[in-house]
Design a protein around this ligand. Structure first.
Ligand code: TXA
Ligand code: MG
Length: 329
């Protein structure tokens, strides 16, 4: 891990060699801790599923919450999501700043399925942090970045917090002192008719409502509002039924494989989709949501899933599979 102490008076940070080195590390799928105005972010290339799996692994997240993709401008954001009038108003008024917008994801966006946890929506934010924006711009990449802390611990607001929690996983830490806002961004969803506050944060509700000209619904308190993040409906649920820990498979089922020691009937399965032939849990996590989509042959069909070990990222993979397999109405 290398530390870059970035002072606000550092002239032309983009001309420094270390800036280019960090761009190269990000393009190469590495993890970098980057300060934003809210909290430090644990950043990686949002288009690289394996890099995003590395984020979950480093945080020790027991489940895959969708991640915020950071970009350097509204123009870049519009290559990932559909902006209606409300979204344009909020973005124009509050970006760069501590506001995250959840919007319908464009099918042409290269952001990985794992970064959005298999959803058809995407969380986007242009941070005030000049270094984060410069990194997005130079690499041309959206950067997925949750708060840089271990899962269940409070968000890192200084480089020391971040190093204590995550040093073994990081290739660089950019230290620009304590983050000025200190709480995470406010998250507003604009995917349904009622604009909805998913998470209060660094931008006050009143300021958002003033620009929108209407009140924000609060997630979970209003029937028309989407459920809070992490709830069942916020994640990709296949049409097919899911059968876990499969030790056989039938002709009408798709099989999601892990390793190459396939169960009985695999030669006749309707479709085979591999999570990882080499039994690499990071690779399996990166492919999980795409695999569920590929294996989804429709209603009245089944997806059989081979057993996945429960250690490391296996816990998060099994959490997602159990949710996808849970009975629904
Ligand atoms: O201030 C911040 O927002 C910081 C800095 C680094 O930007 N980031 C941050 O990320 O707090 P994280 O991963 O700790 O929180 C992201 C939240 C999660 O609660 C997640 O469920 C929600 O955003 N989220 C992401 N994508 C979503 C989506 N498509 N729909 C609903 N919620 C989403
Ligand atoms: Mg967090």
């Amino acid at each position: 891990m290398k530390l870059w102490r970035l002072s606000p008076s550092d002239p032309q940070l983009e001309e420094m060699q270390i800036f280019q080195d960090i761009c190269d590390a990000l393009s190469d799928g590495k993890l970098v801790a980057i300060p934003t105005e809210t909290v430090y972010g644990l950043a990686a290339d949002a288009t690289n599923g394996k890099a995003c799996a590395g984020i979950y692994e480093a945080k020790g997240r027991p489940s895959f919450n969708p991640l915020i993709s950071h970009i350097d401008s509204l123009e870049a954001a519009q290559t990932h999501a559909f902006f209606d009038d409300r979204a344009l108003k909020l973005a124009t008024e509050f970006w760069p700043g501590p506001l995250t917008l959840v919007l319908p994801k464009l099918p042409t966006s290269p952001v990985s399925d794992l970064a959005v946890a298999g959803l058809e929506t995407i969380a986007l934010r242009v941070p005030r942090s000049a270094v984060m924006r410069a990194l997005c711009k130079r690499t041309g990449l959206p950067l997925a970045a949750p708060s840089a802390n271990l899962s269940g611990r409070i968000s890192g607001t200084t480089a020391t917090d971040v190093i204590n929690d995550l040093k073994d996983h990081l290739s660089y830490v950019i230290d620009s002192g304590a983050t000025p806002v200190g709480v995470e961004s406010t998250i507003v969803s604009l995917v349904s008719e009622r604009p909805t506050l998913l998470r209060p944060g660094g931008l006050a509700r009143e300021d958002i409502e003033a620009v929108l000209g209407e009140p924000l619904a609060r997630a979970g308190t209003d029937d028309s509002a989407p459920m809070a993040p992490g709830m069942l409906t916020s994640h990709y649920a296949p049409n097919s039924h899911i059968r876990l820990n499969a030790d056989y498979v039938t002709e009408s089922e798709a099989l999601i494989t892990f390793g190459t020691d396939l169960p009985k009937g695999a030669d006749k399965a309707a479709r085979l989709v591999s999570l990882s032939d080499s039994m690499d849990l990071t690779e399996a996590a990166a492919r999980l949501f795409t695999a569920l989509r590929l294996a989804d042959l429709g209603r009245n069909r089944k997806i059989a899933v081979m057993p996945i070990p429960h250690h490391g990222l296996g816990e998060a993979i099994n959490d997602r599979l159990a949710r996808a397999a849970a009975p629904r109405e």
